[in-house]
Design a binder for this molecule. Structure first.
Ligand code: ADP
Ligand code: MG
Length: 264
């Protein structure tokens, strides 16, 4: 790169913090000259590369910040195993209009029916369309809120949660909370009402949420807000984990029998 203009351009792109353009401008300029491309076409290509890298980096950062426990996608979800959840419904949730409309979503079903998988896949997809998402378990969120409360920084934590377009609360119902824990969780849910979306997964039908929230009045008030504008999906059927391990047992040759046979 002996051209002094090219060297000055390099310095400017560095100062302007445009790393992809910095890395690519020289190569693209040579290619453009060879193909006799217009100045506009060259600059457009160069800026497109910078925009594409920035978009990809921002998506990766949103996915990291969402803290999904395991990456699970919709294309690995077997909808024939969960006939109660039509694929079209899941695809619509993954597009995210419901989040723009500040609606909620509840996935209710027994253990192993795919609630966490579906919630993660929807969350990942929303990160890709630019939404700020966070995945927490109900127990993890309550612990975080209680700690923040004791350390006098609850307001800060609540403000951070408030900036999320979607808060995914997984596994509501596996553990019940103390009265203060339940109140803190109620505060988060109530604060989001009609302003920000929630996606809740639970093994408990709504009628049993009183056992988690201790107190019929708080449960009723919470369910009233949560389910007002809400897509409720029930995941019926047997546990996918159980199904898979049963299938594996049926197809796997039984080692003990083999050994016994070999001895004979
Ligand atoms: P839940 O949260 O309802 O207990 P998970 O979503 O954790 O269940 O599912 C348990 C395991 O089974 C996970 O590895 C998940 O990827 C898988 N799984 C569950 N349902 C399905 C499905 N319909 N298609 C593909 N994998 C599934
Ligand atoms: Mg789960």
């Amino acid at each position: 790169m002996s051209d002094p203009n090219a060297m000055l351009l390099t310095a400017n792109l560095r100062q302007l913090k445009l790393p992809t353009m910095l890395a690519e401008h020289d190569k693209l300029a040579r290619e453009a000259a060879e193909r006799d491309e217009s100045y506009h076409a060259y600059l457009l290509k160069l800026t497109e590369l910078e925009v594409a890298t920035r978009t990809a980096n921002a998506t990766a950062a949103r996915i990291r910040a969402a803290a999904f426990p395991v990456a699970k996608e919709l294309d690995t979800f077997d909808f024939t195993a969960t006939p109660s959840v039509p694929k079209q419904t899941a695809l619509a949730l993954a597009r995210g209009e419901w989040v723009e409309q500040r609606r909620n979503c509840c996935l209710i079903g027994g253990s192993g029916t795919g609630k966490t998988h579906l919630a993660t896949a929807i969350g990942l997809s929303l990160c890709r369309v630019g939404k700020k998402v966070r995945f927490v378990t109900a127990a993890g969120l309550v612990t975080e809120l209680e700690e923040a409360h004791h350390q006098h920084r609850l307001d800060r934590v609540l403000a951070t949660l408030d900036r999320l377009d979607l808060l995914i609360v997984d596994e509501l119902g596996y553990l019940s909370f103390s009265r203060s824990g339940a109140e803190l969780l109620f505060q988060v849910f109530a604060d989001r009402y009609e302003r920000r979306s929630l996606l809740i997964t639970s093994n408990l039908p709504f009628g049993e949420w009183g056992t988690v929230f201790q107190g019929e009045r708080m449960t009723a008030a919470l369910l009233d807000r949560l389910t007002h504008q809400c897509d409720i999906l029930e995941l019926t059927g047997e546990s996918y984990r159980f199904r898979e391990s049963m299938q594996a047992k049926q197809t796997r040759p039984d080692r003990t029998t083999k050994t016994t046979k070999a001895k004979k």
